[in-house]
Ligand binder design. Structure first.
Ligand code: RIB
Ligand code: CA
Length: 304
């Protein structure tokens, strides 16, 4: 039986690597490639860590492409530096040359080309800003229908945002705030959107207790790496933002979903805010999750 096609576009945050590991553990999906967007990272470190991760997972056939887009509002340096830490983790130091290649073409060109060539519709899984997707659709305007759904970690509908920045009111989530016009551009397409906003990710913090449970399984290479990654962010009040998003692919039964009419604020003091607006763009929103089952699922998937 043919597996569902998926392309991951991540932006190099610590939870992006954890999300990548989770995706690669789902055998029912066929990853056509991974694009790294220079959002929550320093891009060279993020691309390097992604390639090492693919080697570690025994999936070096999955191509990696570096997006060259730019956002309007950079992520905090302290967040971005974590990509360098991940790239230097003991578990990610291969003895020789990397088997996973880096494509010469840009991430946005790769995405456009893959969608054009896809024999059947593709799930686009985005755990960073939407800028690379917007650029790909500009390059290949006819490919929208090749995207079966865009599953996106982004937005804060009825809770506070996580952006702390000058000349901003704190209502936005970072993946939207990095490039609000790009999100607004995607909102104008017909692509089916499934949103995993802060409203639901707030339910799944990275806790000391969970890191302990992972650490107890560190004889599994993936659990070890996941525990090391989580240790880097344990002090920051971080959540399994991107990991929860990916879990929806593998275990949709853990979630409740509702349909919402929404809008993106593209400029001003609330730029990047996502709001519920009657008559607005229809999206599916991940609304609730079985939290205990989610954590148990992670322990299970990373035990290999
Ligand atoms: O706001 C959280 C999001 O910003 C996550 O995707 C995290 O990885 C960063 O990109
Ligand atoms: Ca991310």
């Amino acid at each position: 039986m043919s597996r569902d096609l998926v392309i991951l576009d991540h932006d190099g945050g610590v939870d992006d690597y954890l999300a990548t590991m989770l995706l690669l553990s789902y055998r029912q999906f066929e990853p056509l490639g991974i694009v790294v967007t220079p959002g929550d990272c320093y891009i060279n470190a993020a691309v390097s860590a992604t390639r090492k991760l693919l080697d570690l997972m025994g999936q070096s056939h999955v191509p990696v492409a570096r997006s060259t887009v730019r956002g309007l509002n950079p992520f905090p340096c302290a967040w971005r530096q974590a990509a360098i830490n991940v790239d230097h983790l003991p578990a990610l130091q291969p003895p020789g040359e990397l088997a996973t290649g880096l494509l010469a073409e840009t991430g946005q060109a790769f995405l456009a080309r893959q969608l054009r060539a896809a024999s059947r519709p593709v799930t686009l899984l985005v755990t960073g800003p939407l800028t690379t997707v917007a650029a790909a659709l500009d390059l290949a305007p006819g490919v929208e229908h090749k995207i079966s759904r865009l599953l996106w970690m982004g937005g804060a509908l009825e809770v506070a945002g996580n952006v702390v920045d000058c000349e901003h009111d704190g209502s936005a989530e970072w993946n939207v705030y990095w490039d609000p016009p790009a999100a607004a551009r995607i909102w104008r397409t017909d692509v089916p959107i499934v949103l995993c906003p802060l409203d639901v990710t707030n339910q799944v913090p990275v806790t000391t207790g969970f890191i302990r449970r992972l650490g107890a399984r560190r004889y599994y290479p993936r659990s070890d790496l996941a525990a090391q990654c989580n240790a880097l962010i344990a002090h920051q009040g971080c959540y399994f933002w991107d990991v929860l998003t990916v879990a929806y692919l593998g275990r949709p039964d853990l979630f409740t979903v509702r349909e919402c009419e929404t809008a993106v604020v593209a400029e001003g003091l609330s730029q990047g805010r996502t709001v519920v607006r009657p008559g607005g763009r229809r999206v599916q929103v991940l609304d609730g999750v079985d939290v205990d089952a989610f954590y148990a699922h992670l322990l299970e998937q990373w035990a290999a």
